[in-house]
Design a protein. Sequence first.
Length: 254
Amino acid sequence: MQGPNRFEALLAAGPPAAARFAVASAQARAAVPSATPHEAALRDVAAGVAAPLLAGYAAWLLTSVTLGAPAWSVPAVLVLAAAAAGLLLAGRWVRVGLGVGAVALLLAPTLGAAEIVARGAGALDTPFEARENVVAIDRLFVATPALVRKTLPGLQEARGGAPDLLAVQSAAVASVFSYPDGDEVLPIGGFTGTGPSPSLDQLRAAIAGGQFHLVLAFPSADPRIAWIAQHCRPLPDTPPPFHGFYCTPADAAP
């Protein structure tokens, strides 16, 4: 029996499942003679590369598929992948096996792309999302900005001529208020709302300079939010989960 080729050597050095493909590839090479170097190369790549790749893809699909995928898609891919791997390891129907394998590899991405187009989703949406995830994302990135847009006239009126529309805890929330009209919104605590910028001294200086008046913050033990809650006027009608405050330069006086 011939010694292992480079593909089989790599497979043999891997986990037990990969090592079994090394054995199957060697058996395929021994059972299927090749008349030309081209046929030999095609047979070796089919048995030592394509077949393990298809099997690995099928195993990955089983562990990563989401609940939103069509019920028949995973079994279809598994059947196609198994058929392709069998043909490739048999060594006599290599080109057919490669064709079936290509269908197995492309079926799930094609269905995912079609699903994204069918529901009018965007480029950053994920195909086959569970319905509750789609609803939550639409509520956060579509419904919430639409609601915020309705509050902008009132916020502009309460702005009082300040350079910034308001200050908001976390850049993620600040972006929702800034996006519609491009207004400056000061994020407190960076993307998560817990970052060190701006510091308490910087925040006090901004209030003293009249950079903003309105503040929206989550209930928090953050010293900056605690200082604002202690020194600025609370706005009781602020919808939860936010706490609203109105700050004036006098609130930051020593």
